[in-house]
Ligand binder design. Structure first.
Ligand SMILES: *Cc1c(COP(=O)(O)O)cnc(C)c1O
Length: 478
């Protein structure tokens, strides 16, 4: 059993900020309409429609409440987006002010006040020395799409014709960069990508470090050195033709929280630079404090040419993304109109003023509440809890970067043999957690914890206690 007191059943409700209430009168109708009309992301709908859905209706602090009146701790930050809790008063107030001024206007031609202010702030907090330009879009996928097109076009129209041969993208296996075709092309998760293979442009894949599934008996440093040697070999093989290295710094999130060291990241960036390639870091998941620093690149001290951010940028309130670029990349696109050096890309809602206002407010919260300083205590406490998980006979590995956590479940710890059950073991864990008032999501056999930065110590204890209990119960039954 875990060394801390697992909060008793019913504790979830006592920590939640909601005043209890019963189900909505129209609950049955909502559930029926959901089954009848919705097609949900990454979901096998044939199975989905068999269970009663959780119809979320309200959010407050780190909690959600559904239409049945059940309360849940938001243990994955509403899929990795929420930072400061739901309906944070400062962000809500900023949004209301913005609603009274301007809802949306196009960035094609005019610009708008919050978009300008936010660009200045983003450049101010961006990692490294290079990033000075902000290109907005709407999701992590489009932020990556934009970076890929920028890197490609930058080289294709290089003023030195001898340098125009660079069109190869080197990416890592197990990478996830989003679901639009360009971002799938630079991704490397077969389960998501195989079907679309014929539609994708070719990329060169180097083995991404995978500390848990490395060769048996190999130590982590050796494993990473092997990955770096393979990365270098890919660059040498395509010498003079590589446009960019694209990667998630320090943690490959969607792959199941695969962590690599800052040394690996620095070395990978150095290899790309030696070979004249641009460095594109995808901080869609790791950005805005999730790593314990504002950006993972800060932690490792690396200086990208292009940086992709989304998810947490608005505090998890509205969709917004940005691709930050260096001045050198930006200048590669300057010229007379008839030189066609323009970056021909843009979305209807580029730089949406409401989303930008929310993002500005979120950055103000970071300052006012000393979010990053306070987070260090949360991370330390999470680390203590996770040590207890490491002792569980069905926990094969625990991987963490800041508050981003993956707990890998295995049938046999000695060999790392995975479970072979239907539904998958992590799926069972998630269901038991929901019954106990805690929402988490699995990635394969990995239980992911991604608490909001604002999670309190009591809530963190509840999250870890419930997840531990659920793992214990789900694995005992198998
Ligand atoms: C979630 C994610 C994306 C895609 O972002 P969307 O907003 O879902 O399109 C891209 N890269 C990484 C690293 C992510 O975690």
């Amino acid at each position: 059993m875990p060394p801390w007191n697992v909060p008793a059943h019913g504790t979830a409700a006592s920590l939640s900020p909601f005043t209890p209430r019963g189900p909505r009168a129209d609950l049955a109708r909502l559930e029926a309409s959901d089954r009848k009309h919705l097609w949900k992301p990454f979901t096998q709908m044939a199975g989905y429609v068999r269970d009663a859905p959780i119809v979320v209706e309200e959010g407050l602090g780190n909690w959600l409440r559904d239409a049945a009146g059940r309360e849940y701790l938001d243990g994955v930050s509403s899929l990795w987006v929420n930072l400061h809790g739901h309906r944070h008063p400062r962000i809500m107030a900023r949004l209301r002010e913005q609603l009274d001024r301007l809802d949306h206007s196009t960035m094609l031609g005019p610009t708008n006040v919050p978009a300008v202010q936010l660009a200045e702030r983003l450049v101010g907090i961006a990692p490294g020395e290079r990033l000075s330009r902000v290109f907005y879009s709407d999701s992590g996928s489009t932020a990556v799409e934009v970076a890929v097109k920028m890197a490609f076009q930058f080289h294709a129209q290089h003023r030195d014709a001898a340098l125009r041969q660079r069109s190869v993208f080197i990416t890592l296996t197990n990478a996830y960069h989003g679901d639009t075709l360009g971002s799938v092309a630079v991704g490397g998760i077969d389960l998501f990508h195989q079907m679309y293979e014929p539609l994708l442009f070719q990329t060169v894949k180097a083995p991404g470090p995978d500390p848990f599934h490395r060769a048996f008996g190999q130590d982590v440093a050796e494993h990473e050195a092997g990955c770096l040697a393979a990365l270098r070999a890919r660059f040498e093989e395509h010498d003079g033709r590589v446009a960019a290295l694209v990667m998630e710094p320090l943690m490959q999130g969607a792959a199941g929280m695969l962590r690599h060291s800052a040394e690996y990241l620095r070395a990978a960036v150095a290899i790309a630079r030696e070979h004249g390639a641009l460095v594109v870091l995808d901080e869609v998941a790791t950005g805005f404090g999730r790593s314990g620093h504002m950006f993972a690149a800060d932690l490792a001290g690396v200086d990208p040419d292009l940086l992709c951010v989304a998810k947490g940028i608005t505090g998890g309130v509205l969709p917004l993304a940005a691709t930050l670029a260096s001045e050198a990349v930006y200048e590669g696109f300057l010229g007379d109109q008839d030189e066609y050096r323009t970056f021909f890309h843009g979305h209807s809602y580029t730089g949406n003023p409401l989303a930008c206002a929310a993002a500005l407010a979120s950055l103000e919260v970071f300052e006012e509440e000393h979010t990053l300083e306070r987070l260090q205590g949360t991370i330390a406490r999470l680390g203590d809890h996770l040590d207890a998980f490491r002792g569980h006979p069905h926990v094969g590995d625990v991987r963490r970067l800041g508050v981003m956590t993956g707990i890998e479940l295995v049938a046999d710890r000695a060999t790392g043999r995975p479970f072979d059950s239907d539904p998958a073991v992590a799926q069972r864990v998630i269901r038991l957690c929901a019954e106990r008032g805690v929402l988490v999501r699995p990635l394969g056999d990995v239980v992911v914890l991604m608490p909001p930065l604002s999670i309190t110590h009591d809530e963190l204890d509840l999250l870890c206690g419930v997840v531990f209990e659920a793992i214990d119960e789900a694995t005992r039954a198998l």
